[in-house]
Design a protein around this ligand. Structure first.
Ligand code: NDP
Length: 403
């Protein structure tokens, strides 16, 4: 069985580590390391109580490459699963190269002072990983991650290429708070306040954040307003599937959420450049994160379902003309909480992180180089989604999307 080092001890990490422990034949040894060791210990205690599995814990500042290399060597890990923050991606990739181990993450690298959501920094590691004979898997969460694998699966089994792709991310959950984000508030608010951007006719089309709204009737959730947004998988999907004419990403938000973000943005609280406050430099968005509810505490309060998936249109494999498919997963917040003590947004990210790690350790996805999810064989991953708590369904639609 494999030996893994998980870095970061937040909401996503907790789910990934619980699910790894539930698959002990794949994950024989698990070490969990993060900046605040007590958070690792809390997760380890919950894992022990729920599954009986021991998880080793350690304090680690991932920005310190030498410390990470030492910990990798000490644990004998073959794979580092990065579920810390996007700022740690490159330093952890450096540490993996130095220690000679594989790498996996769930979000693209971000410089702290810029919100770019671009892959070029990590794609630049392609040759280094290839030459070292090591595998790096980028974006093994739900979106990016499962939504990319969904697109690849449709392209392998149903469509001879994708002409139009819409990724639809619906969270129909309610946590009873006036305003709270479902995962790290700093990263979440960076995403939603960035310009919207989609791929169309061979170029990026940019529009103001939250300016394009569509009401969509989601299966098992019902009608919700969703907004056009930029999301990092649009870059990798339009690169790796060059036939795509239009690729868009949509996320649902309630009116109260939009109102809060609008006010926070108008008054400067979402800024990511430092300001002087009382003689100290602070970053407004980081301060905002401090005062907002911790997404990890929302699990017990959140009710409802998420529905995340892709609608893809393209020429049918069987030569019957153009077809449109909707492929999605439905996840229930309360069921996730009962199983692993987390709400569905952490669950839908942590489970795919575990599955991606299983693919690397099991050899199905072991290939020297740096890969986005859609570049790898979707079948073994799709099988595990069905058995690990994220079952999917695919339906043919009568026509391409009309919005
Ligand atoms: P959290 O903020 O809950 O957790 C982040 C963890 O990383 C914390 O434990 C934090 O430690 C730790 N950390 C931060 N900096 C360092 C460092 N320098 N060294 C070691 N540990 C560090 O985040 P989430 O669990 O919500 O998200 C985790 C990742 O998953 C993020 O990258 C996020 O973007 C991504 N994500 C991806 C999704 C997808 O579908 N692809 C969806 C949702 C999230 P401390 O507690 O000390 O601050």
């Amino acid at each position: 069985a494999g030996n893994v080092l998980v870095v970061g001890a937040g909401g996503v990490s907790s789910v990934a580590v619980h699910k790894m422990a539930m698959n002990a034949e794949i994950f024989g040894k698990i070490t969990l390391a993060s900046r605040t060791k007590s958070k690792c210990d809390d997760i380890a205690a919950s894992v022990k109580a729920r599954t009986g599995v021991e998880v080793a814990t350690a304090a680690l500042d991932a920005m310190d490459v030498a410390a990470t290399v030492a910990l990798i060597r000490e644990t004998g890990a073959e794979l580092v699963v990065n579920v810390a923050l996007p700022y740690q991606d490159l330093v952890l990739m450096d540490a993996c190269l130095e220690a000679g181990v594989h790498y996996l993450d769930t979000a693209n690298y971000e410089p702290e002072d810029e919100a770019k959501f671009e892959y070029h920094w990590q794609w630049a590691y392609q040759d280094k990983f290839k030459e070292a004979g090591l595998t790096a898997i980028l974006g093994s969460g739900f979106d990016p991650g499962v939504t990319s694998v969904f697109a690849t699966w449709l392209r392998k089994h149903k469509l001879d290429g994708i002409r139009q792709l819409d990724v639809l991310d619906c969270n129909g959950g309610d946590n009873g708070k006036a305003f709270a984000t479902n995962f790290n508030p700093e990263i979440n608010i960076r995403e939603v306040t960035a310009d919207a951007k989609h791929w169309e006719g061979g170029e990026w089309v940019i529009s103001p954040a939250m300016s394009h709204k569509v009401n969509f009737d989601f299966p098992e959730v019902g009608p919700k307003n969703m907004y056009l947004m930029y999301h990092e998988e649009l870059e990798s999907l339009s690169t790796h599937f060059p036939e795509i004419e239009r690729a868009r990403f949509w996320m649902t938000f309630g009116d109260a959420y939009i109102n809060h973000v609008t006010v926070l943005q108008n008054i400067g609280m979402t800024a990511i450049t430092p300001v002087m406050h009382d003689g100290h430099e602070i970053i407004p968005l980081q301060f905002l994160k401090t005062v907002l509810p911790d997404p990890g505490d929302l699990g017990a309060l959140t009710k409802g379902k998420t529905c995340i998936g892709d609608i893809a249109t393209g020429p049918a494999k069987d030569g019957s003309g153009e077809k449109t498919f909707y492929i999605y997963n439905i996840c229930d917040h309360e069921e996730c909480y009962a199983e692993v003590g987390s709400q569905a947004v952490a669950y839908t990210t942590g489970v795919p992180a575990m599955i991606g790690a299983a693919m690397v350790l099991g050899g199905q996805w072991k290939a020297p180089g740096v890969w986005n999810m859609e570049q790898l064989d979707p079948d073994p991953f799709m099988e595990m989604l069905n058995t690990q708590g994220l079952p999917w369904q695919v339906h043919e639609l009568d026509a391409p999307v009309d919005f």
